[in-house]
Ligand binder design. Structure first.
Ligand SMILES: C[S@@+](CC[C@H](N)C(=O)[O-])C[C@H]1O[C@@H](n2cnc3c(N)ncnc32)[C@H](O)[C@@H]1O
Length: 228
């Protein structure tokens, strides 16, 4: 089994953020949004998306649910500049429902129990300490909140990681290919994620492998787990 090799947390180089924002993630992002919509009650009003990047997922969610408001958090200003540009191309009744927050996790100023859904795609593997994500979730989620997190899976070997990059990013710029490879090496296995969840009392949450490179975590925060 390949050992985890952490990568830098923030994607704060302009070239890196621009390449990420320009890439076509419609397939995994669309699949993630479908999972969120299936798991989340239609009455959900306040959602927090952690590590939102260019906000493609936030925009898709806001399109699907016309009463949803989204706080889109990221610690990288260049990523949020891409997000701001994407929001600028949307109708005002959508863009005004998405608020961009430039914050780096862990962030002690985040409001307690404020959100009835928390989502995150491809943030977990960036965190040097993965508990930063799960502890943030317990703090910000209101009782009963839905939590859906998707991330990359760490392949068994460097050659398996190279094969995934070749399969899904062959035509992308070099900076994106390198980031993808680094991300695969920094990602966790499903068992590692289960162990992380057990530490915060979420061992009953489902961890499912949903593609050859993604895992999905889905759960609900109970009243006694919220803002522990
Ligand atoms: C791979 S991108 C994913 C973007 C987006 N969720 C998506 O699926 O398109 C990961 C994002 O997490 C952000 N990030 C990493 N560590 C962070 C931290 N500690 N606090 C806030 N944002 C962080 C990075 O800056 C980057 O924009």
């Amino acid at each position: 089994m390949m050992q985890r090799v952490p990568e830098p947390e923030l994607m704060d180089a302009v070239e890196q953020a621009e390449a990420y924002a320009a890439a076509d993630f419609s397939s995994p992002n669309g699949a993630f949004v479908e999972q969120v919509l299936a798991a989340m009650p239609r009455s959900t009003q306040r959602l927090l998306d952690l590590g939102c990047g260019p906000a493609d997922i936030c925009i898709r969610l806001a399109r699907a649910l016309p009463r949803l408001t989204v706080d889109a958090l990221d610690g990288s200003r260049p990523m949020l500049d891409c997000a701001r540009r994407a929001l600028g191309a949307e109708p005002r009744d959508l863009s005004t429902r998405i608020r961009l927050l430039e914050r780096q996790l862990p962030d002690p100023t985040l409001e307690r129990q404020a959100y009835d859904a928390v989502t995150s795609n491809s943030l977990l593997h960036h965190l040097h300490d993965p508990q930063v994500l799960w502890q943030t979730v317990t703090k910000v989620a209101s009782p009963g909140a839905t939590v859906i997190v998707m991330d990359l899976l760490r392949p068994d070997s460097t050659s398996a990681a190279e094969a995934i990059v070749a399969r899904y990013a062959a035509d992308e710029p070099e900076v994106l290919k390198q980031d993808f490879y680094n991300s695969l090496r920094a990602a966790f296995t499903p068992d590692e994620v289960r162990a992380q969840l057990a530490e915060v009392g979420f061992s009953h949450w489902a961890v499912t492998v949903v593609s050859d490179r993604h895992l999905l975590v889905c759960g609900r925060v109970s009243a006694d787990q919220a803002a522990l």
